[in-house]
Design a protein around this ligand. Sequence first.
Ligand SMILES: [Mg+2]
Ligand SMILES: [Zn+2]
Length: 183
Amino acid sequence: MSKYKAIILDRDGTLNKDRGYVHKIDDFELLPGIIEGLTLLKNDYLFFIITNQSGIGKDYYSIEDFWKFNNHLTSVLKKKGITIEKTYFCPHKKEDNCDCRKPKTKFIKEILSLYIIDLNNSWVIGDHPSDILLGVNGGLKTIYLLTGHGNKHAKELKEKKIKPTFVANNFLDAARYIKSHSK
Ligand SMILES: [Mg+2]
Ligand SMILES: [Zn+2]
């Protein structure tokens, strides 16, 4: 049976501009290079989103608000011929100690229960150290983006000795890196 390769995408600060607990369609803004980057990869990889949404647990917005915003994002991508297979979100606060908040790997396990994935040749892309840890914990390669919160948290990577496979200035650089290192 043939295996799929996957790219697990963080959402806020990776695909769309992170305005802090972003959830209103009016605040939706795709970051530069997303369409071009995903188009470069779409024939070789399945795309998933895994996103921490503690704003739900904090009652800043509802699960319904979350899906409205997320459906908007995925439909914008769809119009450009890009499919997100599935979106997973953790609605909990950090202190809830749930088993789905990144860098925990519950959602990766769920993906693996639905698809046969070649993890060694799959990637996590994100702008937060917890995205890189998610990839490390799940056995995927990782790209740390300096967009979104990336710059702000870059020294945390060093302090905690978290090593992404690659550090990219933006999404298109990330996509080009993956494309050129694709097996
Ligand atoms: Mg992010
Ligand atoms: Zn959770």
